[in-house]
Design a protein around this ligand. Structure first.
Ligand code: GLN
Length: 432
């Protein structure tokens, strides 16, 4: 089928899912894309906070509803250079603030694998477009779980690399010390292929790491062998998981890993619970500072006039905490707690190759459910945020279903052990 025909079909089907904000029918992003390369013939979706030249890069917000990007993010340049066919810009929580995909100015995204339920967030469209089969692969971003959470809810693979492995140049920041761009696909091979395409040192991003070229060959070096791999599991996962069905699926996954020759080892993460408040304090402060440029002069609307409730909450709290900071009461404490969490994770990982556990503590709620208390929404992130606080690589791979709703196994590795994490996900996918 021609891309044009395909786009018409997607447009029709997506009326129900709402995974795309912009469908690139004019082919602006496919102009001059070579008909060769690692991503040849693969259909790609891009989260709306990653700049694609000539397309509206709105970050899911009314603030940027008319912002047509004048340039390509480094990851987009790389996708194009390898022949990836970009179909458009995907839906997301406003400025990536959310866990459900419902805070988008463009409306919520339905879950193709569990219709009528949230697809998860903030990369709601990235997960849903892959789950619906509209695209083969997609780019998402993960500040506190935004790749892994929707991957889990939609039953697809999502991977967030070690901080610094993928360039953030051209990404609209949410919280720059935590944000990373990563990949979605229906299987680990394609997720690794997209990752291999977008990684690499980028002088335009000062947090980008310069590593040996072999490090970045994630697809080429995929290896499903699980024999002798030491897998850590923390008690705290069982204590904090809210849904018994998820707990069952995860314990089955542990059995599957153990039958495939891995050694399951108990580890302890006693401060897992403080990761959530630590994360949100960090985010409020960094997000407040990142949004000061949306003052209505350069980029369309002034953010405070155009944004939704969750974004406004973060701006107000971030401003308050920043003003009070002379007393060191909140942010300084949050930074100390962040170091503690980082140390605890790195100690736990010293004994094992990877940690595995649930991605989310509860199943996706039904679309339209009113959630008044933000803490109930934030609770989705309990298992994903520690990874970002520590800058580690982690991915989610489908592990099973609870009442027909998918849930994913989260695999976390030491910094720069991205390949090992992918390999365990690959092995798990194949030993089912
Ligand atoms: N749900 C988290 C938040 O609202 C994570 C978002 C993300 O990773 N972008 O901040």
């Amino acid at each position: 089928m021609e891309i044009g025909e395909m786009l018409n079909e997607i447009e029709e089907k997506d009326k129900k899912i709402n995974s795309f904000i912009v469908l690139d029918k004019k082919g602006i992003s496919r102009r001059d894309v070579p008909n060769k390369g690692k991503l040849k013939n693969l259909l790609v979706g891009v989260k709306s906070n990653i700049n694609v030249e000539g397309l509206i890069t709105s970050a899911g917000s009314k603030t940027l509803e008319n912002y047509i990007s004048p340039y390509d993010a480094t990851v987009v340049e790389k996708v194009k250079a390898e022949g990836g066919q970009i179909l458009g810009m995907l839906n997301m929580d406003e400025f990536a603030c959310g866990s459900s995909g419902e805070t988008s100015f463009y409306g919520a995204t339905d879950n193709p694998s569990a219709r009528g339920h949230i697809s998860g967030g903030s990369s709601s469209g990235s997960a849903a477009s892959v789950a619906a089969g509209f695209v083969d692969i997609s780019l998402g971003t993960d500040t506190g779980g935004s790749i892994r959470n929707p991957a889990s809810h939609c039953g697809v693979v999502g991977f967030k690399p070690t901080y610094g492995v993928v360039s953030r140049y051209g990404l609209i920041d949410m919280a720059m010390s935590l944000d990373q761009i990563g990949s979605f696909a229906r299987d680990v091979e394609k997720a690794a292929l997209l990752l291999e395409t977008i990684t690499g040192y980028d002088p335009k991003d000062e947090t980008s790491l310069k590593l040996d070229p072999e490090f970045y060959r994630f697809f080429k070096n995929l290896n499903p062998g699980l024999k002798g791999i030491k897998v850590g599991y923390a008690d705290e996962f069982d204590r904090l998981v809210q849904d018994k069905g998820i707990k069952k699926v995860i314990h089955k996954a542990l059995n599957r890993l153990s039958s495939a020759g891995t050694e399951i080892i108990d580890v302890s993460l006693p401060n897992l619970e403080i990761a959530l408040p630590t994360y949100y304090l960090n985010v409020y402060v960094e997000f407040f500072s990142a949004t000061r440029k949306y003052d209505g002069r350069r980029y369309g609307h002034r953010i405070e006039d155009a944004c939704g409730e969750e974004v406004l909450r973060r701006i107000l709290l971030g401003s308050y905490i920043s003003q009070k900071e002379y007393s060191g009461k909140y942010y300084k404490k949050a930074l100390m707690a962040r170091s503690l969490i980082r140390k605890e994770l790195s100690d736990a990982l010293k004994k094992v190759d990877v940690l595995v556990g649930p991605t989310v503590p509860k199943l996706p709620h039904k679309l339209g459910t009113k959630i008044e208390d933000p803490m109930i929404m934030y609770a989705y992130d309990v298992f994903t945020v520690p990874v970002n606080l520590a800058g580690l690589p982690a991915g989610t791979v489908p592990a099973g279903k609870v009442n027909g709703i998918p849930t994913g196994l989260q695999v976390t590795g030491k910094a720069l052990d991205d390949q090992k994490v992918l390999n365990v996900m690959y092995g798990f996918e194949q030993c089912g």
